[in-house]
Every structure is written in C-alpha cells, then in structure tokens.
Design a protein around this ligand. Structure first.
Ligand code: 5GP
Length: 205
C-alpha cells in the first residue's frame, strides 16, 4: 500500500454512451471539494469546449513529445484520437491531500490501476445493451458503423469488469451519481486510509 495520507484517486470509466460524463459532472456538483483532472487530447475542440477547462487540445506532434517526455500517467487512443492524463498536476493535487477524479476509457483505467493500485475505479454501465444502443442513437452524432463499433467495444469493456472495484448501473443519472458519491464517502472512511489520523489521536493525551 502506498502513502495513505494522500488524496483519493477516483476513476470513472465505462463504455461510450453509458453516461459517465454526465455522472462525473453530477458527482462534482455533489462533492465540490473533489478536484477534476483535465486531460490532453489530439481531437478537435467541439463548439462549446474551452482550452484548459474541458481539455488541453494539442497537435499529434506535441502529444508525441509529451509521451516521449513521460508526461502522462496514462495515455490511450480512443476512437482515432489520443487522450492522456498529465501526471504533474495530478500528483501535486494528491500530495496536497485533495481527492482527484478522472473520466477516462477502460485502457486508461488499466494503466492507472497498475501504477496506483490504491485508486478506486468505478465502471458505469446502462442497465441493458438495448439502453446503450438507444442512448448512442439518440445522440444523433454517430454513424451506423460507429454505433456498431461502440456496441462491440461495450461488450468487451463490460467483459473486463474485474478491472474495477465497483459497477454502477445508470438507470437514472441522479441516482447513479448519488451511488458514486456514496462509494467515494465509504472509500474515504476505509480503515487503511485513516491509520495516520488514528495514530495521531492515540499519541495525544
Ligand atoms: P470525448 O471525445 O467524447 O470527450 O471522450 C471520448 C472518450 O475518451 C471518453 O470515453 C472519455 O472517457 C475518454 N477520455 C477522456 N479523457 C481521457 C484520458 O485522459 N485518458 C483516457 N484513457 N481516456 C480519456
């Protein structure tokens, strides 16, 4: 077990269309003290997206330079674009005792768990594959091919459920977000995360 006095590293992951982005934002609203990790991506910004708020948007050349410099905690190619979590800021936030939450794909989760086994990873899934298909279709942004690819990937990702500590079924986004917040609260109360504090109390008269 690594340093237990640092903040908690929370990974929110799951298939495209499962609603993890919505849940991530709702959990941040419920627990505003949790810090957000801003990823770097090579994909083009969407109309409403702001540099440094939603992502750091970089060229492939700059992204590759960051990989070579070892700047990422994890990096993955997701639907033809690169996405990665920059290390430095995350470590600063954790060392200062802040909890940090990531919304990343399942390959990213695997890498983070390998390097940081005390992280808490939560898989978000729709109650059924039919619900997932319905959500992907109602986005109106995906082609038929892209929907089929995403559904195929979702099956593979769900099959790797053992890479996660918790599975939350997103029937209703508000209830799912409450469930994730409850998981975080319980994880923060785990005995091993509180040993330093308990020992401090025991030393006091
Ligand atoms: P979008 O392009 O819709 O913002 O995100 C596409 C996918 O990339 C989502 O599944 C999201 O979770 C994932 N993603 C976003 N940032 C990162 C990251 O830093 N690392 C990894 N591995 N995946 C990410």
């Amino acid at each position: 077990m690594m340093n237990t006095e640092k903040g908690l590293l929370i990974v929110i992951s799951g298939p495209s269309g499962a609603g993890k982005g919505t849940i991530y934002n709702k959990v941040l609203a419920l627990r505003p003290e949790i810090r957000k990790s801003i990823s770097v991506t090579t994909r083009a910004p969407r109309p409403n997206e702001v540099e440094g708020v939603h992502y750091y948007f970089r060229t492939i050349e700059d992204y590759q330079k960051m990989i070579a410099e070892g700047a990422f905690l994890e990096t993955a190619s997701v639907y033809s674009n690169y996405y990665g979590t920059p290390k430095a800021h995350v470590f600063e936030m954790l060392a200062a005792g802040n909890d940090v939450m990531f919304e990343i794909d399942t390959y990213g989760n695997k890498q983070i768990r390998a390097k940081y086994p005390e992280c808490v990873s939560i898989f978000i899934m729709t109650p059924t594959f039919a619900d997932l298909e319905h959500r992907l279709r109602s986005r109106n942004t995906e082609t038929e091919d892209s929907i089929n690819t995403r559904l195929g990937n979702a099956r593979r990702e769900l099959g790797e459920y053992r890479d996660f500590d918790y599975i939350v079924f997103n029937d209703d986004a508000d209830s799912a977000a409450l469930q994730v917040a409850a998981i975080i609260d319980a994880e923060k109360a785990r005995m091993f995360r509180n040993e330093a504090r308990v020992n401090e109390l025991l030393l006091k008269k």
